[in-house]
Design a protein around this ligand. Structure first.
Ligand code: ZN
Length: 412
């Protein structure tokens, strides 16, 4: 496939811009390069509701519509959450519901780009490292494209997601290591050895597929009618979601659609928090890589990345928008799942619930302000994994009115 002409490589550490090439690191400072769109979207295109994220094709690194492998990802709803806003005393709270994607998580945006790119480059086999959602999305989009997929699932993977990935016909390999960076090393070596396309969602290894998460920014701009909220909160594992969202906001600023960016907040689990560690200690991306999180341990396995695979974008995303990085503990995460489900009717996975936990534990920070939370994945994906909140077993009664009335007396 020809290289996308309407993109350049950009280094967010030193500001260097250079043509897209196979050299993925900045020749000046060595930091991974990210793609930057040079195209613009006309204002009328940004006012038509997106049927899918491919509405924004001119800003994505796939050259033609016929190269796109799609299951209808993106175009997810932005839900007003007034009851939760009242609980946290916010002026307004909206939920960007990424659970509405085809396999139930925002990763579909990234894998739609990744599999489109891999197929257009002539690959017949793809491989990815994952705790769950990337594996599921890779399996689904590879099936859609007729490609073979090998999925390296590490120690954070839940049983439900392993089963979902296997259901699409992919080759699932469980690698007995709790540290994603070790599993990445194995997967990358396998891709080099066997000529597979590496489609893990880690911008430091592949600048293409993280482009998919940019489209959340474009959709929010439309859904907020051009007036974005003061804060956007997102879960952070490797950082590709928030880093991509930031770059999408920068695109909107470059095109003259917004003047000021929202303040971006990354939330991790306190059992694996390399982001808060890097922000608190004022580390550069390269310094953060020298301090991987030694023993990831949290129920939010989907974000238990021991290093910031997209630290080159997520760190400046938070620093340049005067944002914040929070870490929340497992009891707060479980409570976040319950709060969102009971209050707004949205059952998310633990990985997503960190943003609700952050609102609860840092309520003063956001009081009286406008907040958007990105809810990234569906709670039904891993009911068997033991990471969901404790859900009480329902009572059993005979088909008898007296028995029902006796039961109802206990509920009053
Ligand atoms: Zn540089």
């Amino acid at each position: 496939m020809s290289k996308p002409r309407s993109f350049e490589f950009h280094c967010y550490a030193c500001g260097l811009a250079c043509p897209v090439s196979k050299q993925l690191h900045c020749p000046v400072c060595g930091v991974p390069l990210a793609l930057r769109a040079l195209n613009t979207m006309p204002a009328d295109a940004l006012h038509a509701p997106p049927a899918s994220m491919w509405h924004y094709l001119p800003l994505l690194p796939i050259p033609a519509p016929e190269a796109v492998v799609s299951l209808g990802e993106g175009g997810t709803t932005l839900l007003n959450a007034p009851r939760l806003a009242g609980r946290f005393r916010l002026e307004a709270l909206h939920i960007k519901n990424e659970m509405g994607n085809p396999t139930g998580s925002f990763k579909d945006r990234q894998l739609s780009v990744a599999i489109s790119h891999a197929r257009a480059c002539g690959h017949t086999t793809v491989a990815a490292v994952s705790s769950g959602n990337v594996a599921v999305a890779t399996a689904a989009y590879a099936a859609r494209a007729g490609l073979r997929a090998f999925l390296f699932m590490h120690g954070q993977a839940g049983a439900g997601k392993i089963a979902q990935a296997a259901a699409y016909g992919a080759h699932v390999i469980c690698v007995d290591s709790p540290r994603p960076s070790e599993v990445f090393a194995l997967c990358i070596k396998a891709c080099e050895t066997f000529g597979w396309a590496h489609v893990s969602t880690a911008g430091m290894y592949d600048p293409y597929n993280v482009e998919g998460s940019k489209t959340i920014a474009y959709e929010l701009f439309q859904q907020y009618n051009g007036t974005l909220p003061e804060w956007i909160l997102a879960p952070v594992g490797g950082g590709g979601l928030l880093g991509g969202l930031w770059r999408g906001l920068l695109d909107l600023q470059r095109m003259g659609h917004i003047n000021q960016l929202p303040r971006l907040v990354g939330v991790q689990a306190s059992g694996c928090a390399p982001l808060t560690q890097a922000i608190d200690r004022h580390w550069s991306f390269q310094e953060s890589l020298q301090h991987p999180w030694e023993h990831p341990e949290t129920i939010a396995g989907g974000i238990a990345d021991d290093i910031l695979f997209d630290g080159h974008t997520v760190l400046p995303a938070i620093r340049t928008t005067n944002g914040a990085a929070f870490a929340v503990d497992d009891p707060a995460i479980r409570q976040g799942v319950t709060t969102l489900a009971h209050t707004e009717g949205l059952f998310c996975e633990t990985t997503s619930a960190v943003v609700i936990a952050a609102l609860e534990t840092h309520a003063e920070r956001f009081r009286g302000q406008q907040v958007c939370c990105i809810v990234t994945g569906n709670g039904m994906k891993d009911l068997a994994g033991g990471s969901s909140p404790e859900i009480a077993a329902p009572p059993h009664i005979p088909a008898d009115m007296q028995a029902l009335e006796t039961l109802l007396d206990t509920l009053r």
